[in-house]
Unconditional design. Structure first.
Length: 151
């Protein structure tokens, strides 16, 4: 199965790409380093061609409230539109546990906005998972529990 990991060259994404590859999937790392930019849409059509699943573990370069909100709204909107055009079957967004409990935190508010965009997008199948830092690939060399729901 072709699985595209948005943010696939970062701390979590690179580990996820490795683990998916070890399971026999065609795991593709997508990031600005690989020519894919979710903010501009550059490279999305090409990388999503033939993909069955997209896992978005991207992160905003800024944590300032307005900037992080703009990042997640723009990148998620571009990604969902490109997925629809490519016929991607399932979208997975990795969020953060407890986002709904801290709406005054700008980053958490942006992750909630991202989740709402996905829910309202009309995409056929999607999952928003909220792992804690203790279940992320960066925290543990073993396969995290949330990743089992992504494959």
């Amino acid at each position: 199965m072709k699985i595209v990991v948005i943010g696939g060259t970062g701390l979590i994404g690179s580990k996820l790409v490795t683990q998916l590859g070890e399971q026999g999937h065609e795991a593709v790392a997508a990031s600005p380093n690989t020519g894919v930019n979710t903010l501009t849409g550059e490279g999305l059509a090409e990388v999503l061609a033939g993909a069955q699943v997209v896992i978005d573990v991207s992160n905003s370069p800024s944590f300032e409230r307005a900037a992080v909100l703009k990042f997640f709204e723009t990148s998620t909107g571009n990604l969902l539109a490109a997925e629809a055009a490519a016929g991607v079957g399932h979208h997975v967004a990795v969020s953060i546990v407890g986002t709904e409990r801290m709406p005054d935190n700008g980053y958490f508010a942006a992750k909630i906005a991202q989740e709402q965009l996905i829910e309202k997008s009309g995409i056929r199948s999607h999952s928003c998972t909220r792992p804690s830092s203790s279940s992320s690939p960066a925290a543990s060399p073993t396969r995290p529990r949330w990743m089992a729901r992504c494959t």
